[in-house]
Write a protein that binds this ligand. Structure first.
Ligand code: 3HC
Length: 751
């Protein structure tokens, strides 16, 4: 039965309690437990079985089944110690997060307090028999918190441990705020909790989060022996909640908490849950951990109903949906191994792609036709890798290993064992078609041919081959090395196997791959470009560049648009913009300012100057000289300062810059470019730096409604041209007053 925990009492007197709620042994199956008033139940009864009318939900709430199992083991005379583990190699991935973000149910403040205090603290941690957690696979959120309350933890080296609750806008609710700092020290605990950081068993051992690591075939045995050793007093019986030896002194702790508060306020000024979490941790340190447990439960009850929580839970599930490709997912195809990748073309983009590939341990052939261009391209890869060493993200040894994976070539001689080709040549259809014909002649039959950013449809690029089934597009997002997004462009002929291979390739590159249809060469990149273009339009009409960046940062974007252009590099921005402007002139803005900056070698962060100044220590500062460039750009293009725009409030500015990007996103939904609208929420978060706590760009639109968005775009389009013209999707929905997130009548993607 779902949600059951199994108990096996061994001959040596150890009861092994196994959480058995496959596939991830979540502690609850769904949000149902929030619709039950547990507080009144637990006042009446302490046994799950006494509560017969809702026996079914008892098993929905796995933690109650766990409580029953451990209470059963505690009263048995033949049980000396208890080991808690999870079935099928997974300890527990914590609570089902669908239970969070809703406002349903009558959960009172007592309920999570009950679980945290009566079950985890008073039944488990305070038991007269020792508990040991045997951890394999994931131990996240509430799963790890149960392990923290055990008197010792044994894990495999590949186990994954973390208190990931802040990722959902809540805080650890089963005592994690109190026990983790006491086990690993306050600094480390804050780092793990505030960043929802996951560590493997090896790192957990270094942190003293686990007591020892053991091989997968022995860890349960080791845990049982450890439990018996505690009984025999050969190992310490440690109650985490009252440990103080790992905690910093009170003065140090206060200083650490103060700087953590400043940091989270600086990073995320619009969310409260990290600050609430720090308050709860502090209370445990300066007052009493038990009082803090109650505060933790109350805070969880409050936070789980917030819009931040709802948005973050939406993003969590949207991210998981992305990997589900209707039809193909059901085929159960396994990805083929990609070992060697060829990059064709020696421009800046090819060097960036080659850098990412060697960093992901792929063997790489970089092909150019011109020797000098090849040498230049390889030196850019070297420079990229050197920069990683300089800023401490890699070692010299790592750099040498990465470089050893790269080989520059001038012909196709070494393509006979290549598994994947990424063509990144300049924008000439005939050149691209010729390259694809050559690839067909020189590469093995299984090799996948892809084209990187192109204004031409992928189908057209591969037209002269007989290999349509193995042709696709790969778009690395502009900020490729930093943005964890990758687009896979499929045609109607791309085979399901190739799609599965490319999704796996994306995952191995640590990117989230989003599927888009081969549609006139425009894709998610156009959403980002529109956002950047409007920002430039406003700046050229007199709005201060740094004010624009600050307004967008305050809204929650990871970086403002001009800082982002500097990070991408003006050269790459121009290359991508040019294609966008050429193919969609009515939907793009041709920036006048950028070429003027480039004339003075202001190429962005890489050159030390762009919209900002960058010093050698990585300090970024506004440049007072920028206003001169602005003036020159205005004079050269006859653009004048627009007092209406310079008087925009910050929130009006945010809308004016983000609604056109939303407009682009809506076009992609209605044209069936993406599989589902939530894919664009993920794309905006991972590709544009849109704040996840606002749920992504489409989800966010619900806070305005289609009518408002449409009317704003219409007004701007009257004043500033077709660039702002709302698409049919928005106009139709506005006319009917339907939300932009509603899936009704959404055009179907080809997949
Ligand atoms: C009170 C407490 O303090 C609060 C909490 O416990 S909050 C919960 C903390 N837990 C987490 O953050 C774990 C989140 N999950 C994960 O990171 C990953 O699922 C994992 C690393 C555990 C496994 O990854 P992987 O093997 O790739 O499986 P994945 O596809 O992600 O998940 C399998 C299914 O479980 C679902 N799932 C995973 N974790 C879930 C969770 N915590 N709640 C609800 N559903 C979850 C996924 O959506 C997916 O559903 P689907 O099959 O319908 O698409």
């Amino acid at each position: 039965m779902l949600g059951k925990t199994a108990v096996e009492v061994r001959a040596d007197g150890v009861a092994v309690v196994t959480i058995n709620n496959p596939p991830l042994n979540l502690l609850s199956v769904d949000g149902i437990f929030y619709s039950v008033d547990l507080s009144s139940y637990f006042v009446l009864s302490c046994s799950v079985h006494d509560y017969s009318p809702t026996d079914a939900w008892n098993y929905q709430l796995v933690i109650l089944s766990l409580k029953e199992s451990i209470e059963g083991a505690l009263i048995r005379d033949d049980v000396k110690a208890i080991v808690i583990t999870g079935s099928r190699g997974k300890f527990s991935a914590g609570f089902n997060v669908t239970a969070f973000g809703g406002t349903q149910g009558k959960m009172t403040k007592m309920e999570l307090g009950f679980m945290s205090i009566q079950i985890v603290t008073d039944t488990l941690e305070a038991a007269r028999k020792p508990f040991v957690a045997a951890i394999e696979g994931p131990a996240f959120g509430g799963g790890l918190e149960i392990a923290l309350a055990c008197h010792a933890r044994i894990s495999t080296s590949s186990a994954q441990l973390g208190l990931t609750e802040l990722q959902y806008g809540i805080l650890p609710g089963l005592g994690g705020t109190q026990r983790l700092p006491r086990l690993v020290g306050l600094s480390k605990a804050l780092e793990m909790i505030l960043m929802s950081k996951r560590v493997d068993g090896k790192e957990a051992r270094i942190l003293s989060l686990v007591d020892t690591i053991a091989p997968a075939d022995k860890f349960l045995e080791v845990a049982c022996q450890w439990a018996l050793d505690i009984v025999e007093r050969r190992r310490p019986w440690v109650i985490s909640l009252y440990r103080t030896d790992k905690l910093e002194s009170l003065a140090e702790a206060r200083a650490i908490l103060k700087s953590a508060r400043l940091e989270v306020q600086g990073q995320n000024p619009n969310v409260v849950h990290p600050l609430v979490c720090i308050d709860v941790i502090e209370q445990g340190i300066v007052s009493s951990p038990r009082k803090a447990l109650r505060k933790e439960a109350e805070a969880l009850q409050e936070l789980r109903q917030s819009s931040t929580c709802r948005s973050l839970v939406h993003v969590f599930f949207a991210q998981r949906q992305i990997f589900k490709i209707p039809v193909i997912s059901k085929m159960n195809l396994l990805p083929r191994k990609i070992v060697k990748v060829a990059v064709v073309g020696g421009g800046l983009m090819s060097s960036e792609i080659a850098t990412m590939l060697v960093l992901s341990n792929y063997q790489v052939i970089l092909k150019e036709t011109n020797k000098k261009h090849l040498i230049d391209a390889i030196s850019i890869v070297e420079e990229n890798l050197q920069n990683r060493v300089k800023n401490g993200r890699a070692t010299q040894e790592g750099l040498e290993k990465s470089l050893s994976l790269l080989e520059g070539v001038l012909d196709y001689g070494k393509f006979k064992d290549v598994d994947l080709v990424i063509e990144a040549e300049s924008e000439s259809l005939s050149l691209k078609q010729e390259i694809f014909s050559n690839l067909e002649k020189c590469c093995p039959l299984h090799c996948i041919f892809t084209s990187n950013i192109s204004t031409f449809s992928v189908k057209l690029v591969g037209e002269r081959t007989k290999s349509q089934h193995r042709i696709a597009g790969i778009h690395f997002f502009c900020l490729s090395p930093v943005m964890p997004l990758m687009e896979i462009v499929h045609t109607e002929s791309t085979s399901p196997q190739v799609i599965v291979d490319l999704i796996d390739f994306g995952r191995k590159m640590r990117k989230t791959p989003i599927m888009v249809s081969d549609w006139k060469g425009y894709s998610v990149t156009s959403m980002l470009l529109t956002y950047l273009h409007v920002a430039v339009l406003l700046a050229e009409r007199g709005v201060d560049v740094y004010r624009i960046d600050q307004a967008l940062k305050s809204f929650g974007m990871q970086v403002g648009p001009f800082r982002m252009i500097d990070m991408v590099g003006l050269q790459i921005f121009v290359v991508i913009s040019k294609k966008f402007v050429e193919s969609l002139p009515d939907r793009s803005y041709k920036p006048h300012l950028i070429p003027i900056l480039q004339q003075d070698n202001r190429e962005g962060e890489r050159s030390g100057k762009g919209f900002y100044n960058y010093d050698n220590c990585g300090k970024v500062s506004p440049d007072p000289e920028l206003s001169e460039y602005m003036k020159t750009a205005r004079d050269a293009s006859n653009v004048t300062i627009d007092s209406k725009l310079t008087k925009l409030s910050d929130s009006e500015m945010v809308e004016m810059i983000l609604f056109p990007a939303l407009n682009e996103a809506c076009r992609m939904i209605s044209d069936g470019v993406v599989i589902r609208s939530s894919d664009l929420d993920v794309a905006s978060v991972l590709g544009m730096g849109f704040p996840a706590y606002r749920g992504g760009i489409i989800y966010w639109s619900d806070s305005f409604g289609s009518k408002y968005i449409c009317s704003r775009l219409e007004n701007w389009s009257k004043a500033y041209g077709g660039f702002f013209q709302p698409c049919n999707y928005i106009m139709e929905r506005s006319a009917k007053n339907i939300s932009l997130t509603s899936e009704t009548r959404q055009a179907k993607s080809q997949l």
